[in-house]
Design a protein around this ligand. Structure first.
Ligand code: SAH
Ligand code: SF4
Ligand code: F3S
Length: 438
């Protein structure tokens, strides 16, 4: 039996689904409990220091399992395994880790396992970067109604804080035909929500034999007949075009929600981050989307305490948050990543000051979002029922605009569409009652 745990972004979660598919192909069963496993794989994330520490902690906790079951194999893969310093540390200090392979090693996993078993000793691969696009990998998806669909891999943007271009390699797009075939097979299999993935989906298509842009890809995919919705992430503001927004406005399959990470509201900080847009350009794009897409909602990622961020620059971020009126924010305190440009920048602000800024940002976001969410009461919306709600006897449904509503209902509705009348809200969570089932 194999246990696979993925950390980090959806790209990594999708890689974890492929790892499970590959393992099932060579005869493994999949379990969700480490105690039952004779192969444990941690598919890791390196984006912040905290993510890495969690992995080291969780790997350390496996030592006792290995003592109980010497046949157990423990493996580390994913983005952390793309860093030489991590592989060296595992080699030196974690003797009970048997396997290490990077993000491009999934298709070779059967060979890696065979090699480990044949040699009878550890197989720790130093990072390699193949920059490959491997098609037709077996996959075991976590859900039967929501699917991740990568359209491109890697990143060439080198935002100065970010490790991703170093661990995920150069940007490369899948051929539109391969994306379309996978998309059609998902719709045919009854998937209701398909999320297209890439670190910067708006630069899709560069370098293809016949270049194609992201809006064209969306139009191509959405010609597929069926009752489904499409989401995508992540859009980089520097490459998000009016054409993309017009496409979202014109197509009913595309959710009226845009995740558009701004990172900071200060032009000095944005430039130091190498983001290639100003707050004015960002706001112009937001205004255009608000004008063209009635009811559109936005979410964003924000980094607090980038090296040298002043109080005034931070306040510009607060201003921008208010101006956009995001429904959802993913907020991070800057984490220094060795090898990136920002790691060399002077960073005089204390952690306590950064944590205080984070608190203020979260409070501002609540003040912006909660009244807007509350004001939705009275509307009837179509939602995809994702699972059980926190309150016993309720379900959680996701709206087109990415908000979640909790409403009374039975588990048999999970994975289907439902019409829900919104009756109120608690913080960011809407509450409602089912009207009919679509
Ligand atoms: N490609 C996506 C995001 C990938 S990482 C994009 O460009 O938007 C997800 C988020 O993690 C980033 O948007 C950023 O807000 C955050 N992040 C990345 N590196 C970080 C770091 N070193 N410290 C803190 N947050 C970071
Ligand atoms: Fe990182 Fe920037 Fe690439 Fe996103 S676009 S993955 S933040 S380098
Ligand atoms: Fe983390 Fe790798 Fe994704 S570093 S955020 S899992 S691309």
């Amino acid at each position: 039996m194999a246990y696979v745990h993925s950390y980090g972004c959806q790209q990594n979660v999708n890689d974890g689904e492929k790892i499970r598919g590959v393992l099932m192909d060579v005869g493994y069963g999949i379990c969700d409990n480490v105690e039952q496993a004779d192969l444990i794989l941690f598919n890791t994330c390196a984006v912040r220091e905290h993510a890495e520490q969690r992995v080291f902690g969780n790997v350390g906790a496996l030592k006792r399992l290995k003592e109980k079951n010497p046949r157990l194999m423990i493996g580390i893969c994913g983005c952390m395994a793309q860093q030489k310093s991590v592989v060296d540390k595992l080699r030196a200090s974690y003797p009970y880790v048997d396997l290490v392979f990077g993000v491009d090693g999934i298709d070779r996993l059967p060979a890696i396992l065979a090699e480990r078993i044949r040699r009878g000793k550890r197989y720790l691969q130093d990072p390699v970067q193949r920059d490959a696009v491997v098609e037709e990998m077996p996959i075991r998806r976590d859900s039967g109604f929501r699917a991740w669909l990568p359209i491109m891999y890697g990143c060439d943007n080198f935002c100065t804080y970010c490790i991703v271009p170093y661990v995920r390699g150069r940007e490369r797009s899948r051929e539109p035909q391969a994306v379309l075939e996978e998309f059609q097979s998902l719709v045919a299999a009854g998937y209701k929500e398909i999320t297209l993935l890439g670190q910067n989906v708006n630069s899709y298509g560069k370098g293809l034999a016949e270049p194609m842009d992201f809006a064209d890809l969306l139009n191509l995919l959405c010609q597929t007949p069926g009752d489904y919705k499409v989401r995508f992430m992540t859009s980089h503001p520097k490459d998000a075009s009016h054409k993309l927004i017009d496409t979202i406005a014109a197509n009913d399959h595309l959710c009226k929600h845009i995740h558009l990470p701004v990172q900071s509201g200060s032009d000095r900080v944005l430039s130091a981050m190498n983001r290639h847009y100003t707050s004015a350009q960002y706001l112009e794009l937001i205004d255009y989307a608000k004008e063209k897409i009635p009811g559109v909602t936005f979410s964003s990622d924000i980094i607090v305490g980038f090296p040298g961020e002043t109080e005034e620059e931070f306040e510009q971020t607060l201003e921008l948050v208010k101006q956009v009126g995001y429904m959802q924010l993913f907020t991070f305190i800057y984490s220094r990543r060795g090898g990136t440009k920002a790691a060399e920048m002077p960073d005089p602000t204390t952690h306590a000051e950064k944590a205080a800024r984070m608190e203020r940002l979260l409070r501002t976001q609540d003040e912006v979002a909660f009244p807007r969410i509350a004001a939705m009461a009275g509307q009837t919306v179509r939602v995809l029922v994702e699972g059980c709600g926190r309150t016993p006897g309720t379900l959680n449904g996701r709206l087109d605009n990415n908000l979640v509503v909790e409403f009374p209902g039975g588990e048999e509705l999970i994975g289907s569409w439902a019409d829900v009348e919104l009756t109120g809200s608690r913080a960011a969570l809407l509450t409602g009652r089912a009207v009919t089932n679509a």
